[in-house]
Design a protein around this ligand. Structure first.
Ligand code: ADP
Ligand code: MG
Length: 206
């Protein structure tokens, strides 16, 4: 029986604008320089820039496939899994909890799994599967952004305006980074509704 050397789970997290996508892109590009084969995915909710790439706010990009659900990601990845050494996933907070056993399965198959996602919602609540992924990761990189009020390190994503939309992705000027002092949490239930909406959405599309 051949045993496969285990892979590695890397989580890159923090608020919006903290450089998660930049860091993911940097790691994937370095893997390709090392002649490793990379497959990158993002959920279909993030249509800000490209359907066929992940992108940072600083306009860096990396080729990626857009998938609807974790099942969709699996169906796209597994037929070519033998060819792939590194799996990148951006905006991982928008996937269902099914992403957790998939990451575990991939790491036992010897893959390096590098995921980036928000740790908290705009209501400052833990976001989807990210806390669990941080717990099972080999390495967690928690980045901070720059507070748009005072310039201090920012750990929060502030939603601006009065939009009642539960999930508003990347609309320009809708969000900014804030430090603890200048973050103003919403007092309604939007944060938990946001998570419910996402799980409903995945169920509906499966
Ligand atoms: P994330 O994926 O975490 O949202 P990105 O990697 O897309 O972050 O973008 C990071 C880039 O965003 C920074 O390098 C910088 O150019 C830009 N940026 C804009 N606003 C801020 C901010 N408030 N703090 C830090 N970087 C910012
Ligand atoms: Mg990003």
């Amino acid at each position: 029986m051949t045993t496969v050397a285990p892979g590695r789970i890397e989580m890159i997290t923090g608020p919006m604008f903290s450089g998660k996508s930049e860091e993911l892109i940097r790691r994937l590009k370095r893997a390709r320089i090392a002649r490793q084969r990379v497959a990158c995915y993002k959920p279909n909710i993030d249509l800000r820039y490209h359907r066929t790439a992940i992108a940072s706010h600083s306009s860096q990009t990396h080729e990626a496939s857009t998938v609807m659900t974790v099942e969709d990601l699996r169906a796209t990845l597994f037929p070519m899994l033998d060819e792939v050494e590194v799996v990148g996933i951006d905006e991982v907070q928008f996937f269902s909890d099914d992403i957790i056993p998939l990451a575990v399965e991939l790491v036992h198959l010897g893959k390096r799994v590098v995921m980036a996602g928000l740790d908290t919602t705009f209501a400052a609540e833990p976001f989807g599967p990210v806390p669990n992924l941080m717990a099972i990761a080999d390495e967690v990189t928690k980045l901070s952004a720059v507070c748009m009020v005072c310039g201090a390190p920012a750990i929060h994503t502030q939603r601006l305006g009065q939009s009642q939309e539960l999930v508003v992705v990347g609309a320009a000027g809708m969000y900014e980074a804030r430090c603890r002092l200048h973050f103003q949490p919403w007092t309604d239930e939007s944060g938990s509704e946001q998570l419910e909406l996402l799980s409903t959405r995945e169920t509906a599309e499966t």
